[in-house]
Design a protein around this ligand. Sequence first.
Ligand SMILES: C[S@@+](CC[C@H](N)C(=O)[O-])C[C@H]1O[C@@H](n2cnc3c(N)ncnc32)[C@H](O)[C@@H]1O
Length: 246
Amino acid sequence: MSGKVSRADWIHFAPSLTPRSVDLLYADPPFNTGKAKSGTRGHTAKYHDSWPTTASYIAWLRERLVATLPALKPTASVLLHVDYRTSHHVRLLLDDLLGPDRFVNHLIWTYGLGGSSPRSFARKHDDILFYCLDPKKYYFKPPRVPATSRRMHGQTKKATDVIDIPSLNNMATERTGYPTQKPLALLELLIEACSPPGGAVLDPCCGSGTTLVAAAKLGRRPIGCDRSSAAVRTAKRRLASNQSWK
Ligand SMILES: C[S@@+](CC[C@H](N)C(=O)[O-])C[C@H]1O[C@@H](n2cnc3c(N)ncnc32)[C@H](O)[C@@H]1O
């Protein structure tokens, strides 16, 4: 499964998708942090992450989600990865586009690393909003994580809506240097839980290709686009580097 990765703006890519073909839409768009995001380790990638207002950011996202909905299967799910700046607005947007009864979970990805402030509790999580298209038909395989209690030592338990996976540190071998690269372990957990084996997984802001690599590893069909050529180069290289996933 080599996957399909295109250099395109999400808004132009969406209409090229086969109608009712995608099992899982995962998007990790810019968060509207107000700052451009630059790569590390000599990676030249840089992406724009600033909108004049929250309303213009939500309008940008709305337009792209509306363009993508026809590509989703009736059994599909949507995972939107955002943070405290916009998660409350994005939840209302998804309620509006899909219906509040399509809401499944507000997942918290708690990642540990990062700075702190003397004026607030340290911000150590992102928000992943999980919606389905049909509450009776969407795919879900409850993920299991290692149990932490002494009584269940060595066993697994059902994961909760708080996902504790460290963000990539500077020494992580999977680190590409692409800005805001997410850990493979996070995407593997989400994809395995929310898409059927062999299903199509779409990431329209694929960045370094973490979603696509995780999907390929798990036997799903990865489809991605990003408007940055550095992102697409990185994603294609990562997908190609492990022939055993194909
Ligand atoms: C948060 S990063 C994604 C990081 C990715 N999940 C990873 O693990 O590497 C957001 C990505 O959205 C891309 N992007 C921003 N606007 C876009 C647009 N209109 N269409 C497609 N991609 C876009 C940026 O180039 C950037 O790579």
